[in-house]
Design a protein around this ligand. Structure first.
Ligand code: NAP
Length: 318
């Protein structure tokens, strides 16, 4: 009997090909919900999940002792209880590297859109309220030549830094350990977080969500930023205290923000929805056709490897 594999969401075809030898069930286009995931997972050897599935001890236990691998179709894996998986001998994998450039594009898109007020402009045009070119209409800060602070200088943070170079920006970064090669490559300098916030015109967040980074940016940190500053978050929602951000934006203590991720997706903090100076994207950082194919193929290949007795290519535990 081929081993049972549950694919939690409809994924690109590239993610189903490596699994042809297995008994695969694809659950749904929309998030399946906890009960349906647990029910379907019973007796599975592999689970292919996405950021919308919370894979905790309950889900792992529902799958049972035959579960060998949880392959998350994302680089972030804060939705998976890795400790619980490790304790049960289950390999957890992610999809690093293949989405760096694509996600950096969205970070830069949000940075530009927030600074140059694209969302406000679009709403004006669509509402039929644009009357004429205006000397003071929808002006925002220049991006080119400004100071960019990158919080978390891994694959995506460094890809953002490369884009910033093309805009003649001065780049600073913070990470847990120095990145000398990358500093050299993009001419970035290391700063402690508080100094980076004080000295940057734009701040872009690229750390994983961990207990250390939850609410890394709160009221105190937002107050360190200049009033002209723009904050971009394409990492994970809970890294920013959304209530504090909404207050800072509405009181114009920072100029604008661009967000791709939220504390309780798909819910957006209500006050943010009413603000003009925030650009809101629906978690589309990695959503290019090519990159989603690669992510799906990579996740599936990790499932195939583990269920075939081979080492996983992208394990985050075992
Ligand atoms: P990565 O290569 O692992 O880089 C993460 C960086 O964060 C590293 O430089 C790391 O520093 C730094 N870091 C970790 N903890 C930190 C802390 N407490 N303070 C300061 N820096 C810290 O990850 P990545 O591939 O660039 O992805 C980053 C995150 O982006 C992912 O975890 C994911 O949640 C998110 N993401 C979102 C989307 C989207 O659709 N919006 C798409 C892809 C990824 P060290 O190297 O020194 O440890």
């Amino acid at each position: 009997m081929p081993e049972k594999v549950i694919v939690a969401r409809e994924i690109p075809e590239a993610g189903l090909r490596p699994l042809e030898a297995f008994d695969v069930t694809v659950l749904s286009e929309r998030p399946p919900g906890r009960e349906a995931l647990m029910e379907a997972a019973r007796g599975a050897g592999g689970l292919l999940t996405t950021v919308t599935e919370k894979v905790d001890a309950g889900v792992l236990d529902a799958a049972g002792e035959g579960l060998k691998v949880v392959a998350n179709m994302a680089v972030g894996y804060d939705n998976v209880d890795v400790e619980a998986a490790t304790g049960r001998g289950v390999v957890v994998t992610n999809t690093p590297g293949v989405l760096d450039e694509t996600t950096a594009d969205v970070a830069f898109m949000l940075l530009l859109a927030a600074a140059r007020r694209l969302g406000e402009g679009e709403r004006l045009v669509r509402a039929g309220e644009w009357e004429a070119w205006g000397p003071k209409m929808l002006t925002g800060p220049d991006v080119w030549g400004k100071r960019l602070g990158i919080v978390g200088f891994g694959g995506i943070g460094q890809a953002v830094a490369r884009r910033a170079r093309g805009f003649g920006m001065q780049v600073a970064y913070t990470a847990r350990s120095p990145k000398e090669d990358a500093e050299h490559e993009v001419g970035a300098r290391h700063l402690e977080l508080d100094d980076l916030l004080r000295q940057s015109d734009f701040v872009s967040l690229h750390t994983p969500l961990t207990e250390e980074t939850r609410h890394l940016i709160g009221a105190r940190e937002l107050d360190l930023m200049p009033e002209t500053a723009v904050l971009v978050n394409t990492s994970r929602g809970p890294i920013v205290d959304e209530a504090a951000l909404a207050d800072a934006l509405s009181e114009r203590r920072i100029f604008a923000a661009g967000l791709d991720v939220y504390e309780e997706e798909p819910r957006v903090y209500p006050k943010l929805l009413g603000l003009e100076n925030v650009v809101l994207a629906p978690h589309i950082g990695s959503a290019s056709i090519e990159t989603r194919d690669k992510m799906a193929g990579m996740a599936a290949e990790n499932v195939r490897a583990v269920l075939s007795g081979e080492p996983a290519q992208n394990p985050v535990n075992l």
